[in-house]
Design a protein around this ligand. Structure first.
Ligand code: HAM
Length: 403
């Protein structure tokens, strides 16, 4: 027997139903907020992720499914969706249009991480990217949209927010932080020591307990924002307060991808263990330019579908459609014209084996049909059909042509 690869999963039965329910709910909400579907390739040039997610990030540095294809190209299975959507946006020259563009997508992402509960090597995201709107109102709207998706899925969450500043306030803060970190270098872990030189902001995110306690007195970007970033962040918190959407400001929230500026956020759940982030995102105003497009502000997020799968409350299964059965062998073929006609408008389940009455009723129940429709000896002879509404329990025998 051939098993799936480590960290990869088949989605069957209950899981696949949950998956479809999550995606359809998220799409429904995203459409109400003006998002349209975008599909981009799973395989991209490795350079795309190096330039966007960042060479010093763990995702690019350690976790990419990267290989040379048969044509000698350096390619990579996408570890996330934003980079591909931005590449497609620039490729289609949408950056030259005055219109604001909003896209949603869902599909598999690949990261070669150490698998554990909630952490897979192939996982699925539902994401949204909004281009052309630089106002913090859009950050607020996106956060509202994610809350609405979780509300409609019956999922509780905590929202954490931070500001990562902009090219004006981030560089002086970074220097400030490097000075602070260099002084406590000896006590920091090996990873943090490496990051001081490559990506000092990520040190704030270190999970090591000793590092965390050493960082309590570190300079905070939130206290060193330029006027514009400070005013946007304050506006965001005011809007969230007014909407009664509770949040915590996490000054160590830096996100694992390098393209963010200004607003960064994560939705977390305390019900799913150590891998508690169920969605993450933020503003990335420089990325379109970085990938050779015209300067275009942008903001987006992605939800980890597998992480919320066990939190989702599935709606009660509604009875729908028709179960069709024959009570004798000769009547089986009389079911097909009825099925073909009815399938033009609703779900039809046909039982190919003739069976007794009780057995058919059980079959109709099993597929949650609204109607059990049978042809027996009398119905075959008379050209009629027996119909039972399984909700109202009403029964009738009617000419087959009128059903
Ligand atoms: P991210 O935080 O790397 O952001 O991933 C988003 C979500 O994907 C996480 O919150 C988590 O739920 C899920 N996730 C990440 N890695 C795994 C894994 N190994 N196994 C299972 N689930 C996982 C992004 O990917 C950004 N592209 C989000 C974004 C869109 N920012 C702006 N636009």
């Amino acid at each position: 027997m051939i098993n799936p690869l480590r960290g990869m999963k088949d989605l069957t039965f209950d899981d696949s139903q949950r998956f479809v329910h999550i995606v359809t709910t998220a799409i429904k909400v995203a459409k109400r907020y003006g998002y349209g579907y975008i599909e981009t390739p799973i395989l991209e040039e490795t350079a795309l992720f190096k330039r966007s997610v960042g060479e010093s990030s763990d995702i690019v540095g350690k976790e990419m499914y990267q290989f040379e294809d048969k044509g000698g190209n350096d390619v990579c299975m996408r570890p996330e969706g934003t980079a591909g959507v931005v590449r497609a946006f620039v490729h289609a020259k949408l950056d030259r249009q005055p219109l604001k563009q909003k896209f949603y997508y869902y599909g598999p992402m690949f990261r070669y991480e150490r698998p554990q509960k909630g952490r897979l090597r192939e996982f699925h995201q539902f994401g949204c990217e909004s281009f052309g709107e630089g106002s913090v109102y859009e950050d607020f709207t996106i956060i509202t949209m994610i809350s609405q998706i979780f509300k409609e899925l019956g999922i509780g969450f905590d929202l954490q927010i931070n500001s990562l500043g902009c090219p004006e306030c981030m560089p002086p803060y970074k220097q400030n932080l490097v000075n602070f970190l260099t002084n406590i270098k000896e006590e920091l872990c090996e990873d943090c020591n490496r990051r001081i030189g490559t990506n000092p902001i990520r040190v704030l995110d270190c999970k090591n307990k000793t590092c965390q306690s050493l960082l309590t007195n570190s300079p905070k970007l939130i206290n060193n924002l330029c006027e514009a970033c400070d005013s946007d962040f304050k506006k965001l918190t005011t809007l969230l307060d007014q909407a009664e959407l509770s949040y915590t400001i996490d000054t160590n929230l830096v996100r694992g991808l390098d393209y963010y500026s200004k607003t960064a956020f994560e939705f977390v759940s305390d019900e799913i263990g150590a891998q508690s982030a169920i969605a993450g995102g933020g503003r990335y105003d420089k990325l379109v330019e970085f990938l050779d497009g015209k300067p275009t502000p942008a903001v987006g997020f992605a939800i980890g579908i597998e992480r919320i799968m066990e939190l989702v409350q599935m709606p009660k299964v509604q009875r729908e459609g028709i179960y069709l059965g024959a009570m004798l062998e000769e009547a089986v073929e009389a079911l097909f014209p009825v099925a073909t006609l009815k399938r033009l408008e609703q779900k039809v389940t046909v039982e190919y084996n003739s069976k007794g009455f009780k057995s058919h009723m059980k079959g109709a129940d099993k597929v949650h049909a609204k109607y059990c429709v049978l042809i027996g000896e009398d119905e075959l002879k008379d050209g009629t059909i027996w119909v039972k509404d399984l909700e109202t329990k009403k029964e009738s025998t009617i000419p087959r042509g009128e059903f």
